[in-house]
Every structure is written in structure tokens, then in C-alpha cells.
Design a protein around this ligand. Structure first.
Ligand code: GLN
Length: 238
């Protein structure tokens, strides 16, 4: 590995990574390689402490019991928290929003302390939110609608330090009736969107990569197949 290799942390894929969310790390690596940049994925499992030295981190969704194991590990080894404090970009999907918040309640009604990287709390909603979700992005640097697949029982309420990633135009999103989806706080971008979300939304992938590599913006890649998939998914909202 050379000094300039971009190191992508895939955090706890052994317990978090439903619906192909581990693919987000693959997308980041591939988009770097297609631009001639060296990149590698560093898998951090329950057997490893969490390093604070990586360039970008991704965390996927999980079922309630797996989510609890991840929460305990991230609290015990606070590398992710330290990395975010120095500005390393973090992408957190679904259950990971809940784990990174102050606390979440499981479907069984048990309250679990999170790691308080995000000013949010999560409680189970009467019905599970399942299906396609489309939003209008609220984050500077994103111009295209975001699309993904959601499947969660938890509904997430944003505190004053947290902003939403998007406004819902189709589907449910954070699920507490405010029409918002995802959470942005500091260097953390989180969303209920599976997909994996970075395969569906190349602009979001490149925003994370620009931040990880310290450039203003990256030139788009000619990926026709992604465009075709995007058109198909956006049509769901019409
Ligand atoms: N267990 C969480 C919920 O149902 C998260 C689910 C997920 O990550 N897909 O809200």
C-alpha cells in the first residue's frame, strides 16, 4: 500500500450490511480506481478495534440483535468517533443512523444507548416502512434526486444539531411525520436508503470521495448502466 492509497473502512460487515450495503465500500473503491487512484477496503469486524486513521468509513443496516452487537463494539473502540471529529467522511445506513444516535428503542421496546455521534433518537413506529423512497437533497453539493429502498420499523427524530439529508417526495424516510429523510451532522451522512445507495446515487458517492481525497469536486464518470437504473428507479415516484 502506498502513502496515497485511499483507505475505505467497511465497519462491522459481519453484523451490519443488510440489502447489499457492503456494496457502498465497493462503489467507493471502484470509482477511485476508475479515476486512476489507488484504493483499498479495510474490513473492521467484531474481532478488531476500530481504527481512527482511515480516509472514509461506511456502515450498513442491520436487524435489531446484530445492531446491538455493533453498538457495543463501537462504544468500546471509539475510532469512528475520533475519525469523524477530525473530519473523515462517514456514510451510515439505516440501523447505523440509530446506532450513531443518542439512543434507539428496539421493536421489542427496549431502549439501547447509542454512541451519540448524531443528535437523533429512534423509536419503533406502528408500521414498518418498506419500499422505494425518493428525496430532494438538502445537502449542498447534491443536485440530483436521491433514490433507495427502505425497510425499517424505527422512526428517527432529529435534534437541533442534526440536519436532514433530503425531503421525501416518495416513500416514508425518517418516519416521524416531518417529511425528512436521513441525517447530516459534521462529516457524517446517513440515510435509510439501501440499494446500495452509492450504486444508485453516484453524485453522493463522489461527494464522499471528494471529501475523502480533499478536492472540491470530482469529474463525473461515464456510467451508462447506472443512469439507466436511476431512470428506472425514479420512475417509481411518478
Ligand atoms: N432494525 C432497524 C429497524 O427496523 C434497522 C433495520 C435496517 O437496518 N434495515 O428500524
Amino acid at each position: 500500500m502506498s502513502e496515497s492509497t485511499v483507505r475505505i473502512g467497511l465497519v462491522l460487515p459481519d453484523v451490519m450490511g443488510t440489502y447489499g450495503d457492503n456494496g457502498n465500500a465497493l462503489i467507493l473503491r471502484q470509482r477511485l480506481r476508475m479515476r486512476g487512484l489507488a484504493a483499498e477496503i479495510v474490513e473492521i469486524t467484531l474481532a478488531d478495534p476500530v481504527p481512527d486513521s482511515l480516509d472514509v468509513y461506511t456502515l450498513g443496516g442491520a436487524e435489531d440483535s446484530a445492531q446491538r452487537l455493533a453498538t457495543r463494539h463501537l462504544a468500546r473502540y471509539p475510532g469512528l468517533q475520533k475519525a469523524a471529529e477530525r473530519g473523515a467522511p462517514v456514510l451510515a445506513i439505516c440501523a447505523a443512523i440509530q446506532v450513531l444516535g443518542h439512543w434507539y428503542e428496539t421493536s421489542a421496546g427496549e431502549r439501547v444507548d447509542g454512541i451519540s455521534m448524531l443528535d437523533v433518537t429512534t423509536s419503533p413506529q406502528p408500521t414498518r416502512s418498506i419500499g422505494e423512497v425518493i428525496t430532494r437533497p438538502l445537502l449542498d453539493g447534491l443536485t440530483q434526486p436521491l433514490t433507495g429502498f427502505e425497510n425499517h420499523r424505527g422512526g428517527t427524530t432529529l435534534g437541533s444539531a442534526a440536519a436532514a439529508l433530503g425531503r421525501v417526495t416518495h416513500g416514508v424516510g425518517n418516519g416521524v411525520g416531518d417529511g425528512l429523510e436521513g441525517v447530516v451532522q459534521g462529516s457524517v451522512i446517513s440515510t435509510y436508503m439501501h440499494g446500495p445507495v452509492l450504486a444508485r446515487n453516484p453524485e453522493l458517492a463522489d461527494l464522499l470521495l471528494a471529501r475523502a481525497t480533499g478536492v472540491d469536486a470530482l469529474a463525473p464518470l461515464p456510467l451508462d448502466e447506472v443512469d439507466r437504473l436511476r431512470r428506472e428507479r425514479l420512475a417509481v415516484g411518478r
